[in-house]
Unconditional design. Structure first.
Length: 405
């Protein structure tokens, strides 16, 4: 019996795409093959036929990127991290394939497209959380906003005291320090009903298979391959958000993109939006530009990593990008990172106060070779709805060493 096609799928070949699919995509493929119909598979799985169709297409597209597309006479799987740049096929007079040349490369476009496809697949497998609002003490104030700023954490970075005159550091230690910092910062923060968590970019040190920066190609010292680092990044940020959700009745999360993790920040944003879509008191900023905004009373609070616009240009850039916010609020603040040291840019009375933040992570070999360095700390900034910044709690790396003993 010849395989029937619906949604342009050859069910005889469908199972051969299994190695390229996520768990969800594989399930759709197996049930579709079993019924020889994707519509029937969608009914059995309780999903929309379009959802099933997209799952199959994602799996086939990933396979094609890796050199496998038997429906088009392509069967030259590529190594992991590589993609097909082009295929040249030679057919005889009877239409039979005689020769074929496949060009492969670990080019950025291929890696980016694969990452986007992976995002869609991971969202199907990601659990959707249901978290109850915490019972807050009577002292918790609705007119205060605690803003937790985490800049340039560079998860995945590995350093050695011998080479940097700094600290032995790796991913395991970085995760521990992250939790310890938030434990101290949350306990030290005033009682408020809501908070803003600004992950200010470069949370991940690497985001590609080569372990290099996208623009310059600099080799980065790291201790985990990208796929394992992704797992740690998701777990650690998920745990941080849950820590905040135990204290506040509303948590708003910004996943700002940086120069080390421009793509990673986007899939983190998408995954967290999906994971918390049914959690009323956790919201994730869905902004798709490098400039982020949050309004709290008479305050407009902005965030940008600092790698696209220079510090001197940033105030005018933000003002032009969000003109409406300046008309609705009395005070404007912009937070940026990228440079790993503290600096207040705009003078008091300017249209926007721009602040550059420190990082908690140690300096790497590149910074050490140029004698670059700064204090390691991060801050919780408390804003009042009417009066702007009214308090600041700075927790340094040295303050939380006691947690490690």
């Amino acid at each position: 019996m010849a395989a029937r096609k619906d949604y342009n799928i050859d069910y005889d070949l469908l199972l051969t795409y299994i190695p390229y699919g996520t768990e969800f995509e594989q399930q759709v493929a197996r049930v579709s093959h079993q019924h020889n119909s994707m519509r029937a598979a969608a009914r059995e799985l309780g999903i929309d036929p379009k959802t099933a169709s997209r799952a199959i297409e994602r799996m086939k597209n990933k396979a094609a990127k890796h050199g496998y597309s038997p429906e088009y006479d392509v069967n030259h799987p590529t190594p992991g991290g590589y993609g097909v740049k082009g295929v040249s096929s030679l057919y005889d007079d009877q239409g039979q394939l005689k020769l074929q040349w496949v060009k492969t490369a670990a080019d950025r476009d291929t890696q980016y497209e694969m990452m986007l496809a992976a995002i869609e697949g991971l969202k199907d497998d990601l659990p959707v959380y249901s978290i109850k609002k915490p019972k807050l003490p009577e002292s918790a104030r609705a007119d205060l906003l605690n803003t937790y700023v985490l800049s340039d954490y560079h998860l995945g970075l590995v350093t050695y005291e011998l080479l940097t005159h700094g600290e032995d550091w790796n991913t395991e230690k970085a995760e521990e320090v992250l939790y310890n910092w938030f434990t101290e910062a949350i306990e030290s923060s005033p009682d408020a009903r809501q908070c803003l968590f600004i992950q200010l970019g470069d949370f991940m040190h690497i985001e590609n298979a080569t372990g290099t920066t996208e623009k310059s190609g600099h080799i980065l010292d790291h201790d985990l391959p990208t796929d394992m680092l992704i797992r740690v990044a998701i777990r650690s940020l998920h745990n941080v958000v849950h820590m905040l959700a135990q204290k506040y009745e509303h948590v708003h999360v910004m996943m700002v993109d940086g120069n080390h993790d421009g793509t990673a920040a986007k899939w983190l944003q998408e995954m967290f939006m999906y994971a918390y879509k049914d959690v009323e008191h956790i919201t994730v900023d869905d902004n798709k530009t490098p400039y982020y905004k949050y309004i709290f009373g008479d305050n407009s609070i902005f965030a940008h990593h600092g790698h696209i616009r220079s510090v001197g240009q940033l105030g005018n850039t933000i003002a032009g990008f969000y003109r409406d916010a300046f008309g609705k609020t009395k005070r404007s603040y912009c937070h940026l990172g990228h440079f790993h040291h503290k600096r207040f840019v705009a003078e008091e009375g300017s249209i926007i106060e721009v602040e550059q933040h420190r990082t908690l992570s140690p300096r790497d070999r590149y910074a050490a070779s140029r004698a670059l360095g700064a204090e390691r700390s991060s801050s919780v900034i408390t804003y009042h709805k009417e009066f702007g910044e009214v308090r600041r709690t700075t927790v340094s790396r040295d303050m939380i060493r006691s947690y490690e003993q």
